[in-house]
Design a protein around this ligand. Structure first.
Ligand SMILES: Cc1ncc(COP(=O)(O)O)c(C=O)c1O
Length: 390
């Protein structure tokens, strides 16, 4: 993130905080679209970072929304419901009925089980409206349905009001092997072609979550462009004839974010320098970090000359696991200094064990050149969530 933005943020706001530079979203989406071409739709998996959905409205085609909470966020942000794909492994009747009553058939629903199918089917029959769905194919876990069940549903599709737009598939995040994409896309292409041949069913849309990787650590060679280019080539080879939408979270959101935390204490224990920060692992998370051994993109804001030592950066939770990075070389590190963890736009703000120790939820700032700084969330104390109200 640009130094002058960080400088302003650090001078104005109390740590710990997240800052999301929403101008970088357009840059990142442009990168993705340039590599993938105009025919590939982009669906933002908002679980990666819900704070930026409004800024993505004109940049992405769809949002993957996985819970009633995420859906309410879309409503508050006034997201166009034609852009919503209501996904998620647990869909209950009242939530689905609410969405259908409010927004009719604007939303596309994913079907992850026979229960989901029946729920949507019953409503569609009762209201005599056609509801568009994607059938989620499992990759061998609790999500989606077996191929045999999808075939059965498609074979019997004429008896109801549901319009099956296509297939959804996601098998995992941070996938760094192009062969995995190749295997998955070949399998999906074959499956879609089979559905045409055997049931005269046209897959209009394949919604695929590739799990594009973000390279976080110092010792890694950044292959983001290479993988994206490879994925694009594989997509061009698909033969089933429908549209392809990529469900992406990490690769859209990660580059726009930084997490800023202050050093509140330093000590040397058994010859190892430790610094304690006012944040911790409940607020920042790098997928693939291993026992804090890997070095994430980290800036020591108060650089000064002097002695360089290898510091272990620990958070403020009372657990031995609250180590952000081990033996990181800092020069003349002091209490009061600021550390900035970059590429934290995806999952850090949502994935942490944020109620542990009843510490606060950090402030969230949005920055854009046009709107400058906006507070998207004030710091929130959590202790009242961890004890009953009298
Ligand atoms: C169904 C689905 N699609 C897409 C994504 C986004 O994955 P990523 O952040 O790796 O792009 C996820 C993440 O968990 C997911 O569950």
């Amino acid at each position: 993130m640009n130094e002058s933005i960080l400088k302003q943020a650090i001078s104005q706001y109390k740590t710990p905080f997240y800052i999301f530079n929403t101008d970088l979203l357009a840059v990142q989406i442009n990168k993705l679209r340039t590599a993938l071409g105009p025919d590939v739709e982009l669906c933002y998996a908002m679980k990666a970072n819900p704070f930026i959905i409004k800024e993505l409205q004109d940049l992405v085609d769809f949002y993957e929304v996985c819970s009633p909470g995420e859906f309410r966020i879309c409503e508050r942000a006034q997201i166009n419901m034609n852009q919503v794909v209501m996904s998620g492994v647990y869909k209950n009747q009242s939530d689905i009925e609410y969405a259908l009553n409010q927004y009719g058939n604007q939303i596309i629903y994913t079907i992850e089980s026979l229960t989901h199918w029946q729920l949507i089917e019953n409503y569609a029959l009762k209201q005599q409206i056609t509801i568009r769905v994607l059938l989620r194919l499992t990759s061998g876990n609790q999500f989606g349905m077996d191929e045999s069940l999808i075939r059965q549903i498609i074979e019997n599709r004429h008896q109801n009001f549901i319009s099956i737009d296509g297939i959804q598939f996601f098998s995992g995040t941070q996938k760094k092997s192009i062969h995995k994409y190749e295997n998955e896309l070949n399998m999906l292409d074959q499956f879609c072609c089979d559905l045409k041949k055997q049931y005269d069913f046209t897959v209009k849309k394949l919604e695929y979550g590739p799990g594009l990787p973000v390279y976080y650590f110092e010792d890694e060679t950044d292959e983001e462009e290479l993988i994206l280019g490879g994925l694009s080539q594989l997509i061009k080879k698909l033969t089933f004839g429908g549209k392809i939408a990529l469900e992406l979270g990490r690769s859209i959101a990660a580059p726009c974010g930084a997490y800023v935390t202050s050093i509140v204490d330093t000590k040397i224990n058994k010859n190892q320098p430790y610094c304690i920060v006012d944040g911790g692992i409940h607020q920042v998370n790098y997928y693939g970090q291993m026992l804090a051994m890997k070095k994430p993109p980290l800036i020591h804001w108060n650089k000064r000359s002097g002695e360089t030592r290898e510091w272990t950066v620990c958070g403020s939770l009372c657990t031995i696991n609250d180590v952000l990075v081990k033996q990181y070389p800092f020069t003349s590190l002091q209490t009061g200094d600021t550390l900035i963890f970059e590429k934290t736009g995806a999952y850090s703000v949502t994935e942490g064990i944020s109620l542990f120790l009843s510490r606060e939820l950090p402030q969230v700032l949005l920055y854009s050149e046009q709107n400058q700084f906006r507070i998207a969330r004030n710091m929130i104390l959590t202790d009242h969530l961890n004890y009953f109200h009298s």
